[in-house]
Design a protein around this ligand. Structure first.
Ligand code: ZN
Length: 360
């Protein structure tokens, strides 16, 4: 979730779901009610949650502060079960430090929140998404056959999927990392969720979502799959994931879902009014630049490439309305400041060059 200015001069949160609206819109028009029904209902729920979040913000609610007794450098996770209803947060089913129970969905949500917390703390020295130990809450089994997952500015919410197109949304740890990273962005650069700044906001979530998966698996840049949402698509779908940072535009090509619309370079930049100006579409371009820089450097992508991106996100120079070229320039500057004039600067510059974004 990030904020943009509203007509009444306040800050309106923008609500990010992992499955972009253009995917569910298409699914909602399908002839088979087993496919269109859950998609329609999911779109209605997304709209409802977006409105609910807006009202909460206008009333002036703020995110919870770290609870008394929470130790610095430790996560504070609580998992709730909505029991297929829509009341949030639902019934508490697992608290911090409690042993896993019999529900694999609850256990995956708990682990995924922990993995996200761990990367930010161990690698970047950040205590939770706000840097001040924000408790991490998540609700699972939200609604019936809900085809999405989201961060609403206060907590994570996961659907079980319809079982036909989407499986359980707690399966890919990068989806959890993606959504929580919207919280990190909200507390730092606060990139406006429209056009290129919105695509950067999405890309930053994909970058750190993928890095959380890579860190959890101990993978090098060469070993990583660079997919977002691998394991989420049901077996009948012709596709491997929601997005590919390695090869944007190739994650799926399916008779029901259509084809992955992401471009890899500026030559194929998509001009559209939908999806907030293509925030989930053109994010393929900065995603691919990160992939190119990280694989050129080799080793663990969260170390040098990830550190450079993190420095830009949190360094205070990235404007809320930054475009791709602004971001590219700042990554080159951050690489030079942290590592001097060496491989890092060259790899970052070359990554942006290859996707057609000027970096100097
Ligand atoms: Zn997102």
């Amino acid at each position: 979730m990030v904020r943009t200015m509203t007509t009444h001069g306040g800050l309106e949160p923008v609500f990010c779901t992992i499955v972009p609206p253009h995917v569910l819109d298409r699914l909602a028009r399908h002839d088979d009610p087993a496919l269109s029904g859950p998609a329609r209902r999911s779109l209605q729920r997304d709209a409802m949650e977006r409105t609910r979040r807006r009202l909460t913000t206008v009333i002036g609610a703020t995110a919870a502060a770290a609870p008394a007794g929470k130790q610095d450098g430790q996560p504070h996770r609580t998992i709730y079960d909505a029991h297929h209803g829509t009341d949030l947060p639902g019934t508490k089913v697992r608290g911090e430090g409690q042993q896993p129970g019999g529900d694999a969905t609850v256990n995956r949500a708990y682990s995924g929140l922990g993995a996200t917390f761990e990367l930010y703390l161990s690698v970047y020295g950040r205590d939770s998404i706000d840097g001040r130990g924000l408790p991490l809450d998540a609700t699972v089994h939200y609604d019936e056959k809900y085809d999405n997952a989201f961060w609403n500015g206060e907590q994570m919410v996961f659907g079980d999927g319809d079982g036909e197109i989407f499986l359980d949304f707690t399966i890919p740890v990068d989806v959890i990392g993606h959504e929580l990273t919207h919280g990190v962005t909200q507390h730092t650069a606060n990139l406006a969720y429209f056009g290129q700044s919105g695509a950067l906001n999405e890309s930053v979530s994909d970058v750190f979502g993928s890095l959380i998966k890579q860190y959890t698996l101990g993978q090098t840049a060469a070993e990583a799959d660079w997919l977002i949402g691998a394991g989420l698509l049901a077996p009948r779908v012709t596709g491997t994931a929601l997005r590919s940072m390695k090869a944007p535009g190739t994650a799926y090509d399916d008779d029901v879902l259509g084809k992955d619309p992401q471009p890899a370079t500026m030559d194929d930049y998509v001009h559209t009014g939908s999806d907030n100006g293509g925030v989930h579409i053109n994010s393929g371009i900065p995603n691919h630049a990160f992939y190119l820089a990280a694989t050129a450097l080799g080793g663990h992508a969260w170390e040098r490439a990830g550190q450079i991106w993190y420095d830009v996100l949190t360094g205070g120079e990235l404007r809320e309305d930054a475009d791709f070229a602004d971001f590219a320039r700042l990554t080159v500057k951050a690489a030079r400041e942290r590592y001097g004039a060496g491989d890092e600067v060259q790899a970052v510059k070359k990554g942006w060059e290859e996707v057609g974004v000027p970096a100097s």
